[in-house]
Design a protein around this ligand. Structure first.
Ligand code: URA
Length: 212
């Protein structure tokens, strides 16, 4: 498993505003989108490409294009939805699936309530979007589902991650035949007793979409 903590002053600057409790939802949404586009640049570094011949107005040349089958982008509902636009801006040809998962606030265990994901993911590059990698429970369940559908290459993009969540994912997939990469904006300090990331930014879903 690879962990990529993207270090860039623009990412740090935007994350600081995102963390600020006084940042209102419209700004939070806008910054999330911008951050995901920056993270997606790193996350797609190993995207599969093929050589193509093209003609410029001047001459014939060979270039690279993203190869088939197209990558699949899967936001984990609800908060991952706030990351979709930023991702598809960079990968407009990607197919989009949806995975609805909810975390029980008592047990911190994740369960699936919506599954609109291709039945066969073999040979596909999968990009999972979830802003907060906290206990790792949600991402572990999501990656397990990807493996069941035949995926062998999964990149998870998160805004913030906790060390506990990273360790849990490492442990869950150690020795398994899957290439997992976590691309994150920052590695925070720890989880608190309620499973929130510290210093974190609070509940990402609520801050994106309000409390419903
Ligand atoms: N989910 C969130 O939205 N925030 C956290 O800090 C942890 C999980």
């Amino acid at each position: 498993m690879r962990i990529l903590i993207t270090e860039h002053p623009l990412i740090s600057h935007k994350l600081t505003t995102l963390r600020d409790e006084n940042t209102p939802s419209p700004t939070f949404r806008q910054l999330t989108e911008e951050l995901v586009t920056l993270l997606a640049y790193e996350a797609t570094r190993d995207i599969q490409t093929k050589e193509v011949k093209i003609k410029t107005p001047v001459t014939q040349t060979t270039g690279l294009r993203i190869s088939d089958p197209t990558p699949v982008v899967i936001p984990i509902l609800r908060a991952g939805l706030g990351m979709l636009e930023g991702m598809t801006k960079l990968l407009p040809t990607a197919e989009v699936g949806f995975l609805g998962m909810v975390r029980d606030e008592e047990t911190l265990l994740a369960s699936t309530y919506a599954d609109r994901i291709p039945g066969n993911l073999s040979g596909r590059q999968v990009f999972l979007l979830d802003p907060m990698l906290a206990t790792g429970g949600t991402l572990i369940s999501a990656i397990e589902l990807m493996l069941e559908r035949g995926a062998k290459n999964v990149v998870a993009i998160t805004l913030l991650s906790a060390p506990e969540g990273i360790s849990a994912i490492e442990k869950a997939f150690a020795g398994k035949d899957v290439d997992i990469t976590i691309v994150t904006g920052a590695l925070d300090e720890k989880l608190n007793e309620k499973g929130y990331i510290v210093p974190g930014l609070g509940d990402a879903g609520d801050r994106l979409f309000g409390v419903v």
